[in-house]
Design a protein around this ligand. Structure first.
Ligand SMILES: Nc1nc2c(ncn2[C@@H]2O[C@H](COP(=O)(O)OP(=O)(O)OP(=O)(O)O)[C@@H](O)[C@H]2O)c(=O)[nH]1
Length: 309
């Protein structure tokens, strides 16, 4: 009676294995495939008859040689397989993702049973992976948006605080330095009053791109207030920072900025407070206070200039 029941269960299981959308394969102790359903054979672009009787190594090598079936992320099959084999011998159970040359992704589970048989079970997760990568992309875009100033396209204050904190941590840890430039447009209110807010916006965009052109890729320009910008210059000492500030000031002051459809050009000037990170600066606010002091003095002394404190 019990044997009969076993037989019924075995037959039912066999039927399930045939119709399940999961990939299922069983290898014997010598890693020869002794059972698989069509889904598993299809993963390797084979028919079941072609796959059965082959060893795991032969099946994978075929994928490697023909570039059909499972993608093998290596140029050197022998060392890749050796590593896989070694891992399989060390653990009885593991899970991994396998993607095929046709863009299908499976989550694979491998189990070595007490009998020494190795069972492979694969569940397709292509859609899940697609959703995951769209979500990751959306998250990256969202992060960029959250860190970007909408008007000028440079980083905003939120990002400035973030990167400044990291820069300070880096300086403390590696005994390095950085400099900070605080830029403010001179008499910018007059532009708004004279030409309107819309033109004021255009001037801000122009000035931003002039500043950006003077910087290295590793420097970070952020708009931290209405007409106030901060630039972090990593690994830059005060004297170099002052030179860079002077170069930026000059290039803004020399530019002819178009302000309306009639091609009227104006010139703008900016004031810049310059400071270098000091060992006792525990937070960026300490560095900012010095740069702000320098900027305030430039404004007091007539603007269109740079000052280092
Ligand atoms: N168009 C425009 N104007 C802005 C924006 N943000 C701030 N402002 C203007 O910037 C002007 C800043 O004026 P003030 O703080 O008086 O400074 P200022 O006229 O530049 O004078 P100083 O800084 O003393 O040289 C104000 O008129 C703000 O309305 C913006 O996004 N677009």
């Amino acid at each position: 009676m019990a044997e009969e029941l076993d037989q019924v269960i075995a037959n039912a299981l066999r039927e399930v294995l045939e119709v399940t959308p999961n990939a299922i394969g069983i290898f014997d102790q010598s890693l020869t495939l002794i059972y698989c359903n069509d889904v598993l054979a299809g993963l390797f672009c084979m028919t079941r008859a072609e796959a059965l009787g082959k060893t795991q190594e032969e099946i994978l090598k075929r994928s490697f040689d023909t570039s059909e079936g499972i993608n093998i992320a290596s140029d050197d099959f022998d060392s890749w397989y050796q590593e896989l084999n070694c891992n399989q011998q060390q653990t009885h159970f593991n899970q991994f993702e396998a993607d095929t040359t046709e863009g299908v992704v499976f989550k694979m589970t491998r189990m070595t049973l007490d009998s020494g048989l190795m069972v492979m079970l694969g569940t397709e997760i292509t859609e899940l992976k697609q959703v995951q990568s769209s979500l990751e992309l959306a998250l990256t875009k969202l992060e960029l948006l959250a860190n970007t100033d909408q008007l000028t396209g440079v980083y905003n204050r939120r990002y400035f605080e973030d990167i400044a904190r990291k820069e300070i941590d880096r300086c403390i840890r590696y005994q390095q330095t950085f400099s900070l430039l605080l830029i403010d447009l001179d008499h910018f209110k007059n532009i708004n009053d004279h030409f309107g807010h819309h033109i004021g916006d255009e001037v801000l965009i122009h000035v931003t791109s002039i500043c950006q052109r003077q910087l290295r890729l590793t420097d970070t320009l952020c708009r931290i207030g209405g007409e106030e910008f901060a630039i972090i210059l990593p690994s830059t000492e005060a004297s170099d920072a002052l030179q860079i500030a002077e170069r930026i000031r000059e290039s803004v002051n020399q530019a002819n900025i178009p302000v309306d459809e009639h091609q009227t050009n104006i010139t703008m000037s900016i004031s810049i407070g310059v400071t270098e990170y000091k060992r006792h600066d525990m937070a960026i606010s300490d560095t900012l206070i010095r740069a702000d002091k320098a900027l305030y003095r430039v404004k007091e002394n007539g603007r269109n200039s740079c000052l280092l404190i």
